[in-house]
Ligand binder design. Structure first.
Ligand code: GRF
Length: 210
């Protein structure tokens, strides 16, 4: 079997999507091996859950960096490279990434968004779908590009919207779909990278600390 890609997962909160990826990655067939879970919040519940599964974790608080997003990202980048990460899954990571970071990880950075992209980029996706009278909501896993929630879609999953659904009820239904979709779409992204990877290509060099 081809060697799995080293996976970094970036979170900010409860990490339920992270958990579904970690569960899928327990299979020896899965094309990614989690090597680091990184959060921008020291109190993320997801960090505890990852540690319970024996995965290395790190918290890098964005607040001391103030408006200097790139300085914060240089620390993220160094941690990911030091862990030998090949592909990053953003799973509820609530910081917008600058073009500097996105460029450095171009073609190796995926995200899950709780809408049927290209509809409802940004926040409050479920309420916006309800307000628009949509019959369906859902979620999308996509490659990350410099423009927020605009990279090419890898795979989507749909749920019907009932007339009585509140945004919270719709979010709960979509979340169930997210947990099923993300591991599958991430595996697809890994296969695409592995297919294009030249044989004997070395992993990216470890960075010096910023
Ligand atoms: C999910 O709805 C995801 O689509 C969005 O943020 C939420 C994260 O939830 N980007 P969790 O931390 O994975 O439970």
């Amino acid at each position: 079997m081809t060697q799995p890609l080293n996976l970094g997962i970036m979170i900010s909160g409860r990490g339920s999507n992270m958990e579904s990826i970690l569960a899928a990655a327990e299979s020896p067939e899965y094309p990614a091996k989690p090597v680091l879970v990184l959060s921008n919040r020291t109190d993320s519940l997801g960090l505890l859950k990852a540690r319970e599964r024996g995965i290395a974790t790190m918290a890098i608080d964005h607040k001391p960096f103030g408006k200097d997003r790139e300085a914060f990202e240089r620390h993220l980048d160094a941690a990911l490279r030091d862990a030998g990460v090949d592909i990053i899954a953003l799973a509820g990571f609530m910081r917008i990434l600058t073009p500097w970071f996105v460029d450095r990880w171009a073609g190796r950075l995926v995200n899950i968004h709780p809408s049927l992209l290209p509809k409802y980029k940004g926040l409050h996706t479920h309420q916006r779908a309800i307000d628009a009278g949509d019959q369906q909501g859902g979620c999308s896993v996509h490659w990350v590009s410099a423009e927020v929630d605009a990279g090419s879609v890898i795979q989507k999953a749909r749920v019907p919207i009932a007339p009585e659904d509140t945004a919270e009820q719709l979010a709960a239904k979509v979340l169930v779909k997210e947990h099923a979709l993300y591991p599958v779409a991430l595996a697809k992204a890994c296969q695409q990278i592995l297919k294009n990877k030249p044989k004997n290509k070395k992993r990216p060099a470890k960075s010096g600390r910023p």
